[in-house]
Design a protein around this ligand. Structure first.
Ligand SMILES: [Zn+2]
Length: 221
């Protein structure tokens, strides 16, 4: 289900509008990147994500992931490449991702706070949910563990701790950032989107359960 390159900029705009409606990319937050044949497509930084147009999307060199080389800039010269670029590149480099999504979902923020109340490192755990099946390699009775890393003043400063968390949790395609949001990736944009939705569902269940005063399910051995 490869998406032709000429469709990808419009697809990024369409996904940004959907993510905005979910409350994932409000206030210019969040971002998305998709790998195509010609390189890596990426939304610009610090703009209202629901209003970007295809000509605002950058095309970056996907052959050299050690630096950020712009192959085709956004038409508007005032636009900059996403602040998330080094974080997105981690997923392309370490996991051979086909797409990466970064969002500021309130469910992700609250789930990270429950797992790491002091804003430091932690691990969010989910058990016994059918929606685990939407995650790579997981069944409904598998425990899903998502690492939490502390936030930093600038997005790009997350790169090292994100890489460490990715290496420590090879079975999961997401990293939560305390007080901030989540990075999720997949082999295709469809898988990245599905997984982003499933993780958000898991976080929502945990948050709603806590609000309802329900006990967390007992750990299975
Ligand atoms: Zn962010």
């Amino acid at each position: 289900m490869n998406t032709p390159d000429e469709r990808i900029p419009e697809l990024i705009c369409e996904l940004c509008r959907q993510f905005y409606d979910l409350g994932w990319v409000s206030g210019t937050g969040g971002g998305i990147s998709i790998r195509g044949e010609a390189g890596i497509y990426m939304a610009p930084s610090g703009v209202q994500k629901e209003r970007i147009r295809p000509e605002d999307v950058f095309l970056l060199d996907g052959t050299d992931l050690s630096s950020c080389r712009v192959l085709r800039p956004a038409k508007d010269p005032s636009l900059r490449v996403s602040e998330c670029q080094p974080l997105f590149y981690n997923a392309y480099r370490l996991r051979d991702a086909g797409a990466v999504i970064h969002n500021h979902s309130i469910h992700a923020v609250l789930a990270a706070k429950m797992a790491a109340p002091d804003g430091g490192e932690g691990v969010f755990e989910s058990r016994d949910l059918e929606m685990h099946k939407g995650l790579r390699g997981k069944g409904c009775f598998d425990v899903v563990r998502v690492p939490v890393i502390p936030n930093t003043a600038r997005e790009a400063q997350l790169a090292d701790s994100l890489e460490r968390a990715m290496n420590e949790h090879p079975d999961v395609d997401a990293v939560l950032v305390a007080g901030h949001g989540i990075y999720v990736w997949g082999r295709t944009w469809q898988q990245a989107k599905t997984q982003a939705e499933c993780f958000d569902y898991l976080f929502k269940v945990a948050v709603y359960a806590k609000m309802a005063g329900l006990d967390a399910p007992p750990a299975r051995s």
